[in-house]
Write a protein that binds this ligand. Structure first.
Ligand code: BGC
Length: 918
């Protein structure tokens, strides 16, 4: 009767340092199931330490442990019992184990090595020890300045990569807990290798090393509990030995070199790490770790025109390549990584800028057949170029290993339109590629930083696809500690770019992400924890406003990369007035702080920010909208932000909406928006009776549009609308990532508007299902695994019938508003099926007599058919003048040509249909 019992969002977690909260999902059969009461009992070593008693409540998400003090390194068993309104009762058990809870519990020293600074080999800290008694349980607690990999008795400990993850190391650093019970023997060898990682490695635009310190260091402790009840701690100290092995260099941007011919060398004993004051508090791992989540085989072997040996994995991804070492023809095996080939089919790495992204393996006959992979780097790639082996090499030697934060997938969206499904896949892969412990802008070039703007625009979509509660909670904590009253919220978190004043749309991540996270997961603790940060961002802007109450100074990214700049301009901040953008976000953030204060019961703050919000909205209208409702900046993004953030006075709504519609029309129903306008454009149109226009913009497949990239073969979301130009050239090489998730923010429109899944009360306690029929899609099925259970919305509209299948999880309620139905249906949990007649036809025919002759001959098939049916027609030098004319016009001029054009139109539409279906 209950399922998915989780503790702090995890199943049976070990090594947590927080007061845990318990969540479960009811599975009651039938309709209108709600929870009547629950009871939670927590047991330690057979003794009950907390019994909640019978609680009459429907709370089933994030119920806090409210017993006595929890002990470090101790295991607690939990039993939850639940009764529903139909008299059903269910029970689930789980357990959790506390971490070290306090820095005082580390029976270990921070240690480092004496290897010369200019040396690139990765130090390995080694300890041999014997145990005499039988082990009941053993744990390894470990962290480092750098990134580590631990091995016990020649076996890798755990499956985590790039640990301890990236935090604001000066303020806080995470440790990880591993169960090593089964790994210990009588004689033990522990070796922990440490790479430079984000701590000491080369990072940022200036590619400087040593952002946090110039020496890697380790803190490790094994805690062993013997069967007789006694315990022993073996901690890092100056008895540990330092060695170097096969990893001769490793850098995130540059890749890793391993030399299996070099001998292990010893570098004496470890020494105490003196600079512990550069590191902040050591805290337990907060989010899911980075692991290999998928292994992908080579799809194609290519010899490029330049003669390069290239393997294609068929998917742009982030990770590393595992190699079964082949026989060498040269002196070493070199693996280069690239996202794409150029238009001639050659290996293309210019868009990586100076990120060399190359792994090297030096070895002799004795290592052939060994399985290897880099330890402390990752690459953004679809293709690898291999050097040092003969062309006959078998593709089976190479496997791409996908790396990212291992979040639970929570959303799915499938429909009968192949392009839409590919786009959804690209969005998911964009997220997988860039949720690598922190939300990064891109995974391939010499950047890979936690850009706040990118994360802010994508966080809604991201949270449909995966459970991001812990991921964002961890990252927001770093944002919190890196925010100052002087500079505001940084542009990247962790901030390695130095002091820069906060910027609109980027620094607003401070308010938008906690608020979104609260709405999606119903987690008030996250909201309360981040509330001071949310306030401080608004306070920062407030300290910058001019006499008119508006923020009109300082650097702004504006509507980054928007297309509506003046012709010839190289400005990347778009055509929308940058201060309109800044103040729209100022108002939006202020409103969020007001609403958050309301949720947290902070009445004084709610009033204060409510007043401020009114003032800002008035000031914005004075400055940016004329008395008759004309916007001073009439771009798509300006109108969208004003409408979506609810800043337009009621009497001006129609005018602003018309301005938006006209602007879109002037661009042949294409978008021109950048990072800040794009996430809201389609939402805004759908919510303001222009859903068909939103659908038309969305369904475009020529530049600029989402499907332009899909049709160009993209398998992730591009940084620019035209990262690759129609002729196959690259827009530019400097800032041209093919794996940037910002424009993937359209994903939330697919879930919320096309499928119609919406949250009315935090955590989806109350749901709204309101699908919008969308031309070009006749069948949709979307699911979202909410805190209460699976929500499903599936609909079809074809052959004169609309069908809808909706699933509402137990312990929630929903409003269902179906297309072409007037009334809203209020329901409880259960499965609902609807079927009714319609005259709506959502199928699209791409070609018609409204198409131009140019449209028809833009397709290879069109040219072929004209040449077959009317040989010589296209060779007439005058025909080019007819390219801009519609077929309707041409038929009017020569009625006898009608069957010819109709045949071509029909064939092209048929071809399109097959393309969508297969
Ligand atoms: C990043 C972006 C980021 C931007 C700030 C770029 O280099 O890749 O995605 O938001 O800088 O303007």
């Amino acid at each position: 009767m209950i399922k998915d019992f989780t503790i702090e969002y995890r199943t049976n977690p070990i090594g947590i340092d927080v007061n845990p909260r318990f969540s479960w999902k009811l599975e009651g059969k039938g309709k209108n199931v709600t929870q009547k009461k629950y009871q939670i009992q927590v047991i330690k070593s057979g003794k009950m330490i907390w019994d909640s008693g019978l609680i009459e409540s429907d709370q089933s998400v994030l119920v806090p442990y409210s017993g006595g003090r929890l002990e470090p390194m101790s295991v607690y068993h939990v039993q939850v019992s639940v009764w529903d309104n139909h008299g059903e009762m269910g029970q689930k058990t789980g357990k959790f184990e506390m971490g070290l809870m306090s820095n005082d519990n580390w029976k270990a020293d921070w240690i480092t090595h004496t290897i010369p600074v200019e040396e690139t080999m990765c130090p390995v800290f080694v300890k041999d020890f014997d145990i005499e008694k039988k082990v009941r349980e053993a744990r390894l607690y470990v962290t480092c300045c750098g990134v580590y990999e631990a091995v016990i008795n020649e076996k890798r400990v755990g499956d985590v990569f790039m640990a301890p993850g990236w935090t604001s190391y000066h303020n806080r650093i995470q440790y990880q807990t591993y169960d090593i019970t089964e790994m210990l023997e009588e004689h033990n060898n522990v070796s922990i290798m440490v790479g430079n990682g984000w701590y000491k490695g080369y990072l940022g635009f200036d590619e400087r090393p040593d952002h946090y310190g110039d020496r890697t260091a380790l803190l490790a402790m094994m805690h062993i509990v013997y069967t007789d009840g006694s315990t022993e701690d073996i901690g890092s100290d100056i008895d540990w030995i330092v060695e170097t092995g096969e990893v001769t260099s490793s850098e995130i941007y540059y890749g890793e070199t391993q030399d299996y011919t070099s001998k292990k060398s010893e570098h004496g004993n470890a020494i105490l790490f003196q600079n512990t004051d550069v590191i902040g508090s050591v805290t337990a791992q907060e989010s899911e770790p980075i692991t290999i989540t998928e292994r992908i085989k080579v799809k194609d072997k290519i010899i490029t025109p330049k003669g390069e040996l290239v393997f294609d994995f068929g998917q742009n991804l982030t990770g590393i390549v595992e190699i079964k070492l082949p026989k060498l023809s040269g002196s070493k095996l070199v693996i280069k990584h690239a996202e794409t080939l150029d238009k001639d089919g050659n290996f293309y790495t210019e868009n990586l800028r100076t990120a060399i992204s190359t792994d090297c393996y030096v070895y002799d006959e004795t290592s052939i057949g060994k399985c290897v992979m880099p330890h402390f780097t990752f690459h953004g790639f679809r293709y690898i170029c291999v050097e040092g082996v003969g062309e006959e090499i078998d593709a089976g030697h190479f496997t791409a290993c996908v790396l990212h934060t291992n979040m639970q997938q929570t959303g799915s969206f499938v429909c009968d339109n192949k392009l839409v499904n590919q786009l959804q896949s690209n969005i998911i892969w964009g997220q997988r590629g860039n949720f690598l412990d922190i939300p990064t802008d891109c995974p391939q070039r010499n950047e890979r930083l936690g850009w706040t703007g990118d994360a802010q625009v994508f966080c809604g979509t991201a949270s449909y696809n995966y459970n991001t509660a812990l991921f964002f909670q961890k990252w927001m904590r770093d944002m919190n500690v890196e925010t100052t009253p002087e500079w505001g919220v940084p542009h990247v978190v962790p901030n390695i770019l130095g002091d820069q004043e906060g910027a609109a749309g980027w620094s607003d991540a401070a308010t938008i992400i906690p608020w979104k996270t609260y709405q999606i997961y119903g987690d008030k603790e996250i909201l309360a924890e981040q509330f001071p940060l949310m306030k401080s961002w608004v306070t920062f802007i407030r300290s910058r406003v001019s006499r008119n109450g508006l923020w009109q100074t300082g650097f702004q990214y504006g509507d980054w990369l928007a297309l509506d700049i003046e012709a010839g301009s190289t400005d990347r901040t778009g055509g929308t007035d940058k201060y309109l953008v800044a103040n729209a976000y100022y108002a939006y953030s202020t409103k969020i702080v007001r609403d958050a204060a309301h949720e947290l019961g902070l009445e004084a703050e709610e009033r204060e920010y409510g007043r401020l919000y009114e003032e800002i909205v008035n000031a914005i209208n004075k400055e940016f909208v004329t008395e008759s409702g004309r916007m001073v900046s009439e771009t798509q993004t300006a109108c969208t932000l004003m409408l979506y953030f609810d800043l337009v006075k009621p009497e001006h709504m129609e005018r602003v909406l018309t301005t938006l519609e006209q602007n879109i029309g002037a661009h042949r129903n294409h978008l021109t928006t950048g990072f800040l306008g794009t996430p809201y454009l389609c939402h805004c149109l759908s919510e303001n009776r222009l859903h068909d226009l939103a659908a038309e913009i969305f369904m475009k497949d020529d530049f600029p549009s989402w499907f332009y990239a899909v049709k160009k073969g993209a398998t992730t979301i591009w940084e620019r609308w035209n990262s690759i130009l129609p002729n196959g050239d690259f827009d530019e090489s400097g800032m041209n990532s093919l794996n940037h998730y910002a424009y993937g923010s359209i994903g939330s429109w697919l879930y919320e508007k096309v499928a119609g899944i919406n949250c009315l009360e935090p955590g989806y306690k109350k749901i709204k299902i309101q699908p919008f029929l969308t031309k070009g899609i006749t069948e949709v099925e979307a699911t979202y695994e909410s805190a209460y259970g699976t929500i499903k919305s599936a609909w079809s509209c074809k052959d004169g019938k609309i069908c809808a299948d909706i699933l509402i999880p137990a312990n929630t309620t929903a409003e269902i508003c179906l297309p072409e139905k007037e009334e809203t249906v209020f329901v409880g949990s259960g499965e609902y099926h609807y079927e009714y007649e319609t005259s709506t036809n959502l199928e699209t025919q791409k070609y018609s007599t409204e198409s131009t002759l140019g449209d028809l001959v833009a397709e290879e098939l069109g040219v072929k058919l004209f040449n077959e049916i009317a040989p010589g027609m296209l060779d007439n030098p005058m025909i080019k003048f007819a390219y801009d004319m519609t077929i309707a016009d041409l038929i009017q001029m020569a009625a006898e040509s009608k069957p010819l054009y109709q045949a071509v139109i029909d064939a092209l539409n048929e071809n399109e249909r097959e393309y969508y279906e297969n």
